[in-house]
Design a protein around this ligand. Structure first.
Ligand code: ADP
Ligand code: MG
Ligand code: MG
Length: 888
């Protein structure tokens, strides 16, 4: 577009001024935006420039750099030279740079960084003279050739590692930096020869061609398998692209007065408000996170270099205040001077997120609404994580660093591919590695927990596990992992692949065997945050509970009633099953009634207990729903036993069982169809409900039953069942001389019910959307068979997500919306709710809020998630979501 303003391709930062800002994450990537913002804040950042994200795709398409880009890069390189007083490729004061990726969304460890770029046989001499430290210069050169070869030429890292380790062994050196200069020189030559041998081309000596090679490699890394996998998992669009940051090097490997590290402005694991992190002296970049050397906790830096430490603390405070959130920092100290190399919003565990949000409200850094808006509802899962029962008698295998809280048990697997296979087939696996790298990512995704022998609290394993909210123990140094032989040894015992272990990521303890896990206790911060959420939200939250125990748990988690009490589970217990079978297999109505008589007191007892547990709150009870043959024996031996119990011929029972089988039970004799064919079942269940309710009411208890007819497809079905229910209610109220107010409504779980909701609402006083069945019937897709092709559908992008996990808003949601509107047209005060697992899924909760539903109902552990999601839905509708979303 001629004449219009064209955006620059490259953005400079240095000497207190920057072309970009934190708000320009889309253009600069997170890293570039952070570097620009820190520079403007006057924080010491080495100068550099950022190549914009949109260059990524034009490069990937053409595999060429435009003259315009080349011009801008070279121009900004000159500015960096001017700012540092060094020359790129200069023999006396050589400027070295790092070349770093950085997408708008943080993709930790996904793309590689090249350090010390600009070194060659000439510039290394300049560095050696200028620093008066030849071993530093050659150590840097050695690192550069190694990194460049693996990132740009894609040569296996081990080729270089093996040679380096061999040299260290020869010299008796434990650290890279302890190698004599002559050995480092020999290594550089050896590495370069290796490159020539493997690629057929000499290692590039010209700094500018090094630079362009590195820039190209960063762009190409956007399309590596692990980058693509990561984006898929986190829903990051492929179109985004990465920026490239070219930053003047500062050196942490100049001696014992230099170092490098990572820090969090607060503890990302617990949320405690203190500088948290680790560092290594005389080290460069990835040394800290690679797990090769075990870093020191940040507190000890205060003793070694008090000045740099205090500067770091001060900078952390400035950045936290500025961005109004906890930050994750990367820094390097060069001869006692602190430089910041990265800032980004810190990943944190669920418990830390809650504590930090509360404390930031107390510090008046954020408002209560922001605290509520800021916590991803699913992160609450981690507060509800189990811990290991202290009473379980287990052998302690090892103690490592507590990298990510929560306890887990699983079978040991040493390889990510295998973990993925077993995990997908439903086995609980714990991935055990010496240390993890981004190649292990897919295995970590499916693992219940991760255990590593090496690495610190900021190692790859630790960062990734925390991001996923997965229990993780790292740096369990007494464990010897033998990946080749698929076993590890610890404390004199060996554990092979497939054996059970248990670990606690909150304490770092690892045990042999399968521990008993216990439910967590919810702390003060959690209660405060949930209180704020409750103040905001409009939607009520109920629990799906079939037992008094689940009812109590639901109430403890803040449920305001039961949205779905399934009655079928009650018939599976102990001797009830026999009576239930007697009822189902009865030869006539009289026989059925006799069995139902026996079931009545049992059901009444169940309902009384549940009403008591939920006293003062509504309880929605669904009448019998599943196909009857689900209650019948499958094995012939069981049939024989049953025949004995019922004192009937085995053959007869066998035939009866067979005759109840259906080709497609999901669409067969179930739901209200059962009650229409056998009204005596509905009568018994309703009687049990009202007798229980009257018993509570007689003791002046408050009871609010809501009776729900399942699988209704037509208003006639509903009317017929409603007649039965109302008649029984009248009978019981007359017998007991007491009346209990109740509601009578229906599940909406068939498309026909949604389409005729206006008719249904003539009689039904409430609708509860059964989204599991509604999803099955709308898609014409049985949940039990979906496994055969759903993975491919997801893989090929035919569907964006599993509709049984995430509510399909455009399809199933449209039916729900239609049913709400039609229903309320007939009956303006129609009560609307959703049950089924979607009731605890944040997107579905927001959707229900938009439709003006009265409540959502979900399993006990999801109740807090739904409360928070409901509050966020209200805030989003008011347009007062988190203001800090716009920052890095
Ligand atoms: P990642 O995205 O994996 O965090 P970075 O680009 O942040 O990769 O680089 C990793 C590490 O390399 C940094 O934490 C820092 O220690 C080091 N590093 C990067 N650029 C420089 C630089 N200009 N000077 C010194 N160290 C650097
Ligand atoms: Mg980094
Ligand atoms: Mg159903």
């Amino acid at each position: 577009m001629s004449g219009s303003f064209t955006q620059p391709l490259v953005y400079f930062f240095g000497q207190g001024r920057a072309d970009g800002t934190a708000a320009m994450k889309d253009v600069l990537g997170g890293k570039g935006a952070g570097l620009a913002e820190m520079t403007t804040l006057g924080i010491p950042v080495p100068p550099g420039f950022t190549i914009a994200t949109n260059v990524c795709h034009s490069y990937l398409e053409s595999r060429q750099f435009s003259p315009r880009l080349r011009g801008q890069v070279e121009h900004h390189l000159q500015r960096v030279e001017a700012a540092t007083g060094k020359q790129f490729g200069g023999a006396e004061h050589p400027l070295l740079v790092s070349v770093r990726s950085g997408a708008p969304v943080s993709m930790p460890g996904m793309m590689e960084t090249i350090l010390n770029l600009g070194l060659n046989d000439a510039t290394v001499e300049g560095m050696a003279v200028q620093s008066e430290n030849p071993s530093f210069a050659w150590d840097s050169y050695r690192r550069f050739v190694q990194m460049y070869s693996s990132v740009v030429f894609d040569l296996p890292k081990q080729l270089f590692e093996q040679r380096l380790e061999a040299r260290k062994r020869d010299c008796g050196a434990t650290r890279d930096i302890d190698l004599p200069v002559t050995v480092l020189q020999a290594l550089v030559r050896e590495f370069k020869d290796l490159v020539k041998q493997e690629t057929g081309k000499p290692f590039p000596d010209d700094p500018l061609s090094q630079l362009w090679g590195a820039i190209a490699a960063v762009f190409q890394s956007w399309n590596t398998r692990r980058a693509i996998d990561y984006r898929k998992l986190h829903g990051v669009p492929d179109t985004m692209g990465t920026a490239v940051n070219v930053v003047a090097m500062v050196f942490g490997n100049l001696g014992e007065d230099s170092g490098t590290g990572v820090a969090f402005t607060r503890d990302p694991s617990t949320g405690e408000s203190r500088l948290y992190g680790e560092y290594l002296l005389n080290a460069q970049g990835e040394d800290v996170v690679s797990g090769a050397r075990t870093p020191e906790p940040i507190a000890s830096l205060n003793e070694r270099m008090p000045h740099a430490y205090q500067e770091l603390e001060r900078t952390a405070r400035v950045l936290e205040r500025h961005f109004r959130d906890v930050q994750d920092l990367e820094f390097t100290i060069e001869r006692g001077r602190l430089y910041m190399l990265q800032v980004r919003r810190a990943q944190r565990t669920g418990p830390a997120a809650v504590r930090i949000a509360c404390e930031m409200v107390d510090e008046r850094l954020i408002t209560k609404e922001e605290a509520v808006a800021r916590i991803p509802p699913k992160d609450l899962d981690q507060l509800l994580h189990p811990t290991i029962d202290q009473a379980s008698q287990l052998d302690l295998l090892a103690v490592g660093l507590p990298a990510s809280p929560g306890a887990a048990c699983g079978i040991v697997v040493f390889d990510a591919d295998k973990a993925e296979r077993l995990g997908r087939s439903g086995q609980p696996v714990i991935l055990v590695r010496r240390e993890t790298s981004p190649e292990d990512f897919h295995g970590m995704v499916v693992a219940k927990a991760v255990l590593t022998a090496r690495g610190g609290m900021t190692s790859h394993a630790a960062v990734v596990a925390r991001g996923m909210g997965k229990p993780c123990v790292v740096g369990a140094a007494t464990i010897d992992v033998d990946e080749a032989n698929q076993q590890f040894t610890a404390d004199g015992r060996s554990v092979r692949e497939g054996e059970w272990i248990s670990l606690d990521g909150g304490t770092g303890r690892v045990f042999a065997g399968q521990a008993r896990l216990i439910d967590p206790a919810l702390g003060e911060h959690f209660k405060r945050l949930m209180g704020w959420a409750d103040d905001v939200r409009q939607l009520r939250v109920r629990v799906n509970a079939d037992t008094p125990a689940d009812s109590h748990r639901g109430r403890d988690f803040g449920a305001e009633g039961i949205g779905l009490c399934r009655t079928e589970h009650m018939f599976f217990e102990g001797d009830r099953l026999v009576v239930m079978r007697e009822m189902i297999l009865a030869q006539d109505e009289a026989g059925r009634r006799r069995a139902l008589e026996k079931l009545l007191p049992m059901q009444r007892g169940d309902f009384e207990a549940i009403f008591r547990a939920m006293e003062g709150f509504p309880v929605t009870i669904r009448l019998l729903d599943p196909p009857l043959h689900e209650f019948l024996p499958k094995e012939d031996s069981e049939i024989v036993t049953l025949a004995g119990h019922l004192e009937r011929p085995v053959d007869e029972i066998r035939r009866a069982v067979l005759s109840l089988q259906e080709v497609n039970p999901m669409l067969g004799l179930r739901g209200c169809r059962l009650g229409i064919v056998h009204p005596e079942i509905t009568q018994m269940q309703t009687r049990a409900i009202f007798e229980a309710a009257c018993a509570i009411a007689a003791r002046r208890g408050r009871v609010m039953p809501e009776i729900m007819i399942p699988l209704t497809a037509s208003a006639v079905e509903f009317r017929k069942q409603a007649l039965v229910v109302r008649r029984v209610a009248e009978d019981v109220f007359n017998e007991r001389q007491i009346t209990v107010p109740y509601l009578l409504g229906t599940m909406i779980e068939l498309p026909r019910a949604a389409l005729t909701a206006d008719e249904l609402a003539l009689e039904a006083q409430f609708f509860s959307f059964g989204t599991n069945d509604l999803t099955q019937t709308t898609w014409g897709l049985s949940r039990d068979d979906a496994g055969r092709f759903l993975p491919q559908y997801l893989e090929q992008g035919v569907i964006p997500s599993d509709p049984f996990q995430e509510l399909d808003i455009p399809g199933v949601g449209k039916l729900i919306q239609m049913a709400c509107e039609l229903g309320r047209k007939t009956r303006p005060d129609l009560k609307l709710g959703i049950c089924g697992e979607h009731g605890g899924e944040p997107n579905a909760v927001a959707f229900c809020d938009r439709l003006g539903m009265n409540y959502v109902s979900c399993s006990p552990f999801r109740v807090p998630i739904a409360r928070l999601a409901a509050a966020q839905a209200t805030l989003a509708a008011r347009g007062t979501m988190d203001r800090t979303k716009a920052t890095v």
